[in-house]
Design a protein around this ligand. Sequence first.
Ligand SMILES: Cc1cc2nc3c(=O)[nH]c(=O)nc-3n(C[C@H](O)[C@H](O)[C@H](O)COP(=O)(O)OP(=O)(O)OC[C@H]3O[C@@H](n4cnc5c(N)ncnc54)[C@H](O)[C@@H]3O)c2cc1C
Length: 347
Amino acid sequence: MIDCGGVPMAIGVQTDMATPALALHGSRELRDEFLAPAIAGDFVACLGVSEVGSGSDVASVKTRARKDGADYIVNGGKMWTTGGTQADFCCVLANTSEGAPHRNKSLIIAPMSTPGVTVARKLKKLGMRASDTAQLHFDDVRVPQRYRNGEEGMGFIYQNKQFQLERLWGALNSVGMAQRAIDITIDYTHERRAFGRTILDNQSVGYRLAELQTAIGALQALCWQGVEEVVAGQDAIRTAAMAKLKAGRVIREVADGCLQFWGGMGYMDDSRIARIFRDGRLTSIGGGTGDVMLHILSKSMGTFPRDRCRAGTRIDPTPTAPPPHEPHRTGPCHDRHAHSIPQNPDR
Ligand SMILES: Cc1cc2nc3c(=O)[nH]c(=O)nc-3n(C[C@H](O)[C@H](O)[C@H](O)COP(=O)(O)OP(=O)(O)OC[C@H]3O[C@@H](n4cnc5c(N)ncnc54)[C@H](O)[C@@H]3O)c2cc1C
C-alpha cells in the first residue's frame, strides 16, 4: 500500500495524462520511439500544457513552434509540469500557426535532453510532495517535425480528449484517497480513547463516517460510468467533468471530516490523515478547476449565458472547437472576458 497521493499521481501522468493522445494519434514511428518505452517503464513522460499565464484558459497558451526546414523551433515555457524534473520527454501544446486559438495548436514531443530545454525550478507544493512538479523553459528548442503528434492544428482538440482521461483518473484517484482516509480513521478512532471509551464508541462518529462512506460510493459509481463510456468508445466529457467536480468536493469533505476525528494528531504534518488532506486538495485544481468543470457542464446543458445568447439552442457536449469560419459576433453577450473561460472551457 502506497500511503500517499504523489506516487499514484506520477504514475497517472504517465498512463492517463501525457500519453493517451500519443497512443491515439501518434504515427507508428513516434509510438515506437516514445510510447513503447513509456509503457515499458523505460521513459518518463510529462505533459506541458499549463503556462505561467495560462492554466484554465488553455487556448491562450503562448508557447510557439515555428517551422524551420524539417524541424520546429519551440520557444516558451510551461508551468506546474508534473514529473518535469525526471521526464525523458514532454508532450508540449504549442501554437504552430496564427489564427483561431482552437485550430492553431499542435501537440509536439520534445525530448527533455534537447538543447534549450531547461528545468527552471522544482516547485514547492502544499501536497503531492512525493511527485515532482516543475517549471520548464524552451529556448530555441529544435525538434523534427515528425515529432508532432497527429495532424497540425489539432492539438487543442486532441488535448481536450486527453483531458477526459486525466479527469476520470483524478476522480478515481480521489476515490482511493477518500477510502483510505475512512479506513485509517476507523483504525485510529478504534484505538484512541477519551472519557473512558474509544472515540469510535460514540455513535455520532460512526454515523458521520457512514455518511462520508456513502458519498464515496456515489462518486465511485459516477466514475465507473465514465470508465464504461470510455471503454465503449463514447465521448465521456460530461461524465468526466461531473466526476472530477464531485471528486474534488468529496475528497475535501472526507479528508476534513476524518481529520477532525484525529484531533491534534490529525493536525501534525507527518500524520497520514494530514497527508490525505493536503494531497486531496489538488483534485479541485489540477486538470481543470471545479469552476471549469461547472463551465463545461453548463455548456453541455445549454444553460451557459453566452450560449443562450446564441441561437437559443443547446450546445453539443462534445469537445469540438467552434466552426473554423464562425463569424465574429458582437453585442451584449460578448463582454471583455469572452476570450477567457467562456470561450475555452477546456481545463
Ligand atoms: C500540483 C499540480 C500539478 C499540475 N500538473 C500539471 C501538469 O502536469 N501539466 C500541466 O499542463 N498542468 C499541470 N497543472 C496545472 C493545472 O492544470 C492548473 O493549475 C489548473 O488548470 C488551473 O489553472 P491556473 O492555476 O492557471 O488557475 P487560473 O486559471 O489562474 O484560475 C484561478 C481561479 O480562478 C477561477 N477562474 C478562472 N477563470 C474563471 C471564470 N471565468 N469564472 C469563474 N472562475 C474562474 C479558477 O477556477 C480558479 O479557481 C498542475 C497544477 C498543480 C497545482
